[in-house]
Design a protein around this ligand. Structure first.
Ligand code: GDP
Length: 365
């Protein structure tokens, strides 16, 4: 499954957030190297549509779909030179599909800030610079190797060299490759390079507990937004400390606590949804008396591939997908009613599955 890596300078709240994510007890210590080993935290993807389907179908079991966060060890300046935990840090980022970059936006004199004071712009730059330098090294090596082939007019080499030379000056400025636009022809070449700074990023602004009802009152949030905008990235404001508390409550306590805070849902829900979006993921449902279940697929996937998410046999023997859009299911109240209203569609192997489709796959065994 695709995973988003939680990245940030030491002491910005990564472990606190990760604890909230796993509800497990990883140490959240006020110590720069508190999170050495990458860990995977699995969360359920909150989805009101699943709750609604469960209400309508009243199945024996309801199964949400899940999403994986990976906790990545704290970086120090100089990671691209292999200092500290640098190499490991970069290797771990290489393995994730998207980056949740946690930025400290809360003031707390008791908690050491690695560079002395809270400064989101500098924090973001520190990490982006290390990643850009690591990419630059990779790009330089690649240019050296491909230049000879390009001279002999090898078309692929010429195209690759052009992309590398487009990327290089941006990295030299310490900027992420994300800030560039690429053509349809360039994109596959870019992907083949597996650069760190071309991965999609979500900035997670960790604001103070008392600001959570009105995060916009946090002076640092605006800075994070400006940087994100330049890169075409999203921002989610949360309070990691609050999320950790919320994660330990049962549903009833949670509702009361959220109400007291003046918010309608945990910030973690927003983070999960945004990360899901960032990775181009979407949800389809299966709904029967035994089980109502949400499943994750990648946007753009066709019906047989999507069937394969449930079981490889479903993909191999795919005949058709009987599909009802969630909105229709919700409005008409049952599969039978949807069928009678002509809202159940029989879709073939070229159907591009849509977010919210309620599907029954027909297949040969
Ligand atoms: P990491 O090094 O990035 O993993 O940071 P930690 O999660 O260990 O957090 C560092 C310290 O900051 C810990 O003492 C946390 O309790 C504290 N902390 C984390 N999030 C918040 C927050 O939202 N508000 C406040 N006041 N403290 C926080």
């Amino acid at each position: 499954p695709l995973t988003a890596g939680i990245v940030g300078l030491p002491n910005v709240g990564k472990s606190t957030l990760f604890n909230a994510i796993t509800k497990a007890g990883a140490e959240a210590a006020n110590y720069p190297f508190a999170t050495i080993d990458p860990n995977v935290g699995i969360v359920e993807v909150p989805d009101e549509r699943l709750d609604r389907l469960a209400e309508l179908v009243n199945p024996a079991k309801v199964v949400p779909t899940t999403f994986e966060f990976t906790d990545i060890a704290g970086i120090v300046k100089g990671a691209s030179k292999g200092e500290g935990l640098g190499n490991k840090f970069l290797a771990n980022i290489r393995e994730v599909d998207a980056i949740c970059h946690v930025v400290r936006c809360f003031e707390d004199d008791n908690i050491t800030h690695v560079s002395g004071c809270v400064n989101p712009a500098e924090d973001i730059e520190t990490i982006n610079l290390e990643l850009a330098l690591a990419d630059l090294e990779a790009v330089d090596k690649r240019i050296e190797r491909v230049r000879k082939q390009a001279k002999s007019k090898d078309a692929d080499a010429v195209a690759l060299l052009a992309v590398l030379e487009k990327i290089k000056p941006v990295l030299e400025e310490g900027k992420p490759v994300r800030v560039l636009d690429f053509t349809k022809e360039e994109l596959p070449i870019l992907r083949s390079l597996f650069l760190l700074t071309s991965k999609p990023v979500l900035y997670v602004a960790n604001v103070a507990e008392e600001e959570i009802a009105d995060p916009e009152s946090n002076q640092y949030l605006q800075t994070v937004r400006e940087i994100a905008q330049e890169e075409g990235a999203e921002v989610v404001a949360i309070s990691a400390a609050i999320e950790e508390e919320i994660a330990e409550l049962d549903d009833e306590e949670k509702a009361m606590f959220l109400d007291d805070l003046g918010v309608t849902e945990p910030g973690l829900n927003k983070l999960i949804r945004s990360s899901y979006d960032l990775l181009g993921l979407a949800t389809f449902f299966t709904a029967g008396p035994k089980e109502v279940r949400a499943w994750t697929f990648k946007k753009g996937m066709k019906a047989p591939q999507t069937a394969g998410v449930i079981h490889t046999d479903f993909e191999r023997g795919f005949i058709r997908a009987e599909t009802i859009a969630f909105e229709d299911y919700n409005e008409l109240g049952s599969e039978k009613a949807a069928r009678e209203a002509g809202k159940l569609r029989a879709e073939g192997k070229d159907y591009v599955v849509q977010d919210g489709d309620v599907i029954l796959f027909r297949f040969n065994v």
